[in-house]
Design a protein around this ligand. Structure first.
Ligand SMILES: Nc1ncnc2c1ncn2[C@@H]1O[C@H](COP(=O)(O)OP(=O)(O)OP(=O)(O)O)[C@@H](O)[C@H]1O
Ligand SMILES: [Mg+2]
Length: 246
């Protein structure tokens, strides 16, 4: 039996004003998977995440999440349905401390005290470096710690689908390892993940499936092994030049 996709995108067009960026995007994510989305600068990866989280309204197509079409829904509704977006720029409250940033992750929820406690315990156990400095201001943390705090803040809502936009950006290799290890642990616990990454090899290492985006179009997808042995990556990164030479 094949599982129903948790996220099922079909025929999606998204742009900024009259400028089209994504064209006819089809993509699906099965529950419990890590799906990587790769592609060169300007391919439209962040644009897709913005459309999924309700920050941009698609001009065509469907985004079915957990059985309902969320295309055009406002961001807060989408968050409430369990789709969380950790944006590229790690939108933290820099003048608030670690604990307050986690608390803001719970904004608008109505959980009992025990459940709230359980969620703090969960993220502090996952990120011991945050547990060590709950009173530290977010703005003085290292880039890696800020990335972890941004992920932890999203996890406070116990997302069904966690979308991360280039979590490795600007991080030292050892910190990238730590972040990716956390994503694998989360997948082990049942969280579904959509990972946008420029570090293609690293993303393929932990992904169950990957899609390749080029100039706003999904040019293919497959298992990491299939992607590694095919020429999609070369086409996506070298683009029209190598296509002409081929
Ligand atoms: N706010 C915006 N207004 C107009 N055009 C935009 C805006 N943001 C992005 N674009 C354009 O949309 C296209 C896709 O950009 P996007 O940021 O989604 O790419 P990306 O794949 O995330 O690239 P990167 O790897 O650099 O993050 C680019 O041509 C970009 O110039
Ligand atoms: Mg981007």
């Amino acid at each position: 039996m094949t599982a129903e996709p948790l996220l099922d995108i079909s025929g999606l067009d998204v742009g900024y004003g009259h400028v089209g960026v994504l064209r006819g995007v089809d993509l699906e994510i099965l529950p419990g998977a890590i799906v990587a989305l790769v592609g060169s600068n300007g391919a439209g990866k962040s644009t897709l995440l913005r459309a999924l989280s309700g920050l941009l309204r698609p001009s065509a197509g469907r985004i079915v999440f957990a059985g309902r079409d969320i295309a055009g829904e406002p961001p807060h509704r989408i968050i409430d349905l369990g789709l969380l977006h950790v944006a590229e720029n790690r939108r933290l409250f820099r003048r608030q401390n670690v604990h307050a940033n986690l608390e803001l992750g719970l904004y608008g929820t109505r959980l009992g005290k025990d459940e709230e406690r359980r969620r703090y315990d969960f993220v502090y156990e996952l990120f011991p470096m945050l547990a060590e400095r709950p009173q530290a201001l977010a703005g003085i943390l290292s880039g890696g710690q800020q990335q972890m705090l941004a992920i932890a803040q999203a996890l406070m809502r116990q997302p069904r689908l966690l979308m991360l936009d280039e979590p490795s950006l600007g991080l030292a290799p050892i910190v990238v390892d730590q972040v990716l290890a956390v994503l694998q642990r989360l997948r082990g616990g049942g969280t579904t993940i959509l990972l946008v990454e420029q570090m293609v090899e690293r993303a393929l290492d932990i992904a169950d499936h990957a899609y390749v985006l080029q100039n706003g179009v999904v040019i293919g997808g497959g298992t990491p092994d299939a992607i590694r042995s095919g020429d999609l990556i070369r086409r996506a990164y070298l683009g029209a030049v190598s296509d002409r030479e081929a």
